[in-house]
Design a protein around this ligand. Structure first.
Ligand code: SF4
Length: 82
């Protein structure tokens, strides 16, 4: 995996961050602050602990990214965002 990619399993979904695309808009961190945080480089990062949250909110927080830096795959391995 690329140095600038991060991956976690949350609520049965695989969430991938592509930090090369993130522009630090903060949309995802506003919708899911338990999961996403903006680091000192103004790029999104996972929180140290990423609890399972409502899957609908996780999808919403991923889909709201304006530059498609967040990739969400469901439990069947199907990519649902973007
Ligand atoms: S919504 Fe996208 S661009 Fe904005 S902080 Fe999150 S990952 Fe970065």
């Amino acid at each position: 995996m690329d140095d600038e990619q991060r991956e976690r399993t949350i609520s049965g979904h695989t969430v991938t961050i592509d930090r090369t695309l993130c522009i630090g808009s903060g949309n995802c961190t506003n919708l899911a602050p338990e999961i996403f945080v903006i680091d000192e480089q103004n790029i999104v990062e996972f929180q140290d602990e990423t609890p399972d949250i409502d899957a609908g909110r996780l999808e919403e927080a991923s889909a709201i990214c304006p530059v498609d830096a967040l990739i969400l795959t469901d439990e069947d391995g199907e990519q649902i965002v973007p």
